[in-house]
Design a protein around this ligand. Structure first.
Ligand SMILES: NC(=O)NCCC[C@H](N)C(=O)O
Length: 290
């Protein structure tokens, strides 16, 4: 089976000019040198676990370009016949300073689509230029695609366009109105067994099973192991492996006490811009069925 592919974009020298919406402004203390080091260490965690790490062309003029997850979305084909192939979707941000990120992301998506038999979609082409969606607002849990219906970066037309693609390949799309956080995945992500984890109050009404974690930085987890390994494993937890921010030691301890294996990595410089471990990459799983 093809190795999972991790798409990343190196941080811009202008990183400290990135957007800030919901957290207090600590951008003056941001070190671009430390950010570059943390980014390299982040990519090395995946390299060390067999991921094929591919760099999207640098976009030094785009302060937030490192948050590549917002520009591209990978969806495995989960349709019954699995005859459609995976989808890679070029997102459409409403943030003017982030729009320039899309042309280089598109070029990368074309290469990945050709290499892995994926179908390339453009949200803008499907929903029109007013259809907006950022990848941070999308959380996949099995066959359900949760999408933020209460934020400022994704709108109804964007959700409709996503639905028209996702339903063709076996997913249902469910809107979750998140307020007070930049993206859906700033508020929740999911463990490999489908448990959604979050920190803000009120989220348990939307997800079952749901686990409240003790730190805001602890809500972001990325799954390191290919999902096939999990599906065929006798002991799902023994096979799973999560990447998390080292800013959330109490959440790490909680998840470890529940049997999950966790590797932590420093992403402090990206957290100053409302980034996290999920938004620094797009995880593509060619050949995967989950
Ligand atoms: N998916 C994500 O969580 N992206 C983080 C984007 C942070 C960036 N400063 C922004 O506001 O767009």
């Amino acid at each position: 089976m093809a190795a999972p592919v991790l798409l990343v974009r190196r941080p811009s020298p202008e990183l400290a000019k990135g957007l800030l919406t919901h957290i207090s402004d600590d951008r003056a203390s941001l070190s671009t040198g430390l950010a570059s080091q943390q980014w390299l260490e982040y990519t090395n965690v995946f390299r060390a676990h067999g991921w094929d790490v591919r760099e999207v062309q640098a976009a030094d003029e785009c302060p937030d370009g490192v948050f590549i997850e917002d520009a591209l979305l990978w969806l495995t084909d989960l349709s019954e016949k699995a005859d459609q192939g995976p989808a890679i979707i070029l997102m459409n941000t409403p943030a003017p300073s982030r729009a320039k990120e899309l042309s280089t992301a598109q070029a990368c998506a074309e290469t990945i689509a050709t290499a892995h038999g994926a179908k390339l979609y453009s949200l803008k082409e499907i929903g029109g230029s007013e259809a907006h969606l950022e990848g941070g607002d999308v959380l996949k849990v099995g066959r359900v695609v949760y999408v933020n219906s209460g934020g400022h970066r994704t709108n109804e037309a964007g959700i409709c366009a996503l639905r028209s693609i996702a339903e063709r390949i076996g997913y249902s799309v469910v809107g979750i109105p998140i307020q007070g956080a930049l993206h859906l995945k700033s508020a929740v992500t999911a463990l490999p067994d489908g448990t959604v984890i979050g920190h803000m109050p009120g989220l348990q009404a939307f997800f079952k099973p749901y686990l409240q974690v003790p730190e805001p930085e602890g809500v972001a987890v990325v799954h390191l192991r290919p999902y096939e390994a999990l599906a065929s494993a006798h002991d799902e937890k023994a096979e799973a492996h999560l990447v998390m921010s080292s800013s959330a030691p109490r959440t790490t301890a909680l998840l470890e006490s529940l049997g999950w294996k966790v590797t932590t990595t420093d992403v402090t410089e990206f957290e100053k811009l409302e980034g996290c471990v999920t938004c620094l990459s797009v995880r593509c799983r060619p050949g995967s069925r989950s």
